[in-house]
Design a protein around this ligand. Structure first.
Ligand SMILES: [Cu+2]
Length: 287
């Protein structure tokens, strides 16, 4: 280690100060890199529904705004600390107060930022809770510890509990109206790929609309601690084309609901996710 380069008065030289600054910069850069801060998603999912994408873009806007404000604050702090540091034992910088224009500036700018964030949030929230008219409706019923998906106007019913992971089939590129409720206790309907979560409440029908933009099978789960086998309360959402959806619905005609549910569960057991846990030994009542 080289000895500190000192000026004749004993203060560090300019090259020594720059070396210190470079070392100080390593810490925040390493913190950002090691925390897995990803750009441009900032750790969120781009989403496979229109409203999920709106939430994703809102998250990006918030993150970029926070990064800009945070950087500005750190730079101002560093500037104030370095520029006005004590340079000798008996000298202090000039003391200034009541700078009205500056105080107005740093009061008004944060207020404008909060108004902007609030307005953007309001726009996205209105999109998420909108319920446009549509011909496709699915009734979702949560129970300890499974899910039942029924399709009004059709005999299609899919029901499954714990490790059976039932699949809710829905068409892509269409508004799908969901009526969500619960038979017993509070459950949570959560699909990560949709950036969407909603309570399933007994005695209450929560209504919302999902508009998938991509086909595929997406993982869902209950997000409310609802009892012994809450941790096994998974489901899948399978998004297919409209023609595939119609074909799937028609495959239930002529069969009883019970047979259809059984067929759906059998089909579903062939699509279960690779992270499905082992089935519990106890049996549980379904709704
Ligand atoms: Cu649960």
């Amino acid at each position: 280690m080289d000895s500190p380069a000192l000026s004749p008065q004993g203060a560090p030289t300019r090259s020594r100060r720059w070396r210190r600054l470079r070392r100080a910069a390593v810490l925040p850069v390493a913190a950002l890199a090691l925390s897995g801060c990803t750009v441009p998603s900032f750790g969120a999912h781009p989403a496979d529904t229109t409203t999920g994408q709106s939430s994703y873009h809102l998250w990006q806007g918030f993150s970029i705004g926070a990064a800009i404000v945070g950087t500005l604050v750190v730079l101002l702090l560093a500037w104030a600390i370095l520029r006005y540091r004590r340079r000798s034992a008996d000298a202090i910088p000039a003391q200034v107060q009541y700078h009205i224009p500056l105080e107005i500036t740093y009061t008004v700018i944060p207020i404008l930022i909060v108004i902007g964030l609030f307005a953007a949030t309001l726009v996205v929230e209105n999109k998420v809770v909108a319920n446009p008219k549509t011909d496709v409706t699915i009734n979702v019923n949560a129970f300890q510890w499974g899910w039942k998906f029924s399709y009004p106007g059709s005999s299609a019913v899919v029901v499954g509990q714990t490790t059976q992971d039932p699949t809710m089939v829905m068409p892509v590129g269409t508004d799908v109206h969901i009526n969500l409720t619960s038979t017993d206790v509070v459950h949570g309907f959560y699909v990560r790929a949709f950036n969407f979560s909603r309570y399933a409440l007994p005695g209450v029908v929560n209504q919302f609309t999902l508009h998938a933009v991509n086909t595929g099978t997406f993982f869902g789960q209950c997000t409310q601690l609802c009892g012994l086998y809450h941790s096994l309360m998974f489901f899948n959402v399978k998004v297919v084309t409209m023609s595939q959806y119609r074909t799937w619905l028609n495959s239930f005609s002529g069969s009883s609901a019970a047979t259809a549910a059984s067929a759906a569960n059998t089909a579903q057991s062939q699509q279960t996710s690779s992270i499905t846990p082992s089935k519990p030994t106890a049996s549980h009542g379904a709704n």
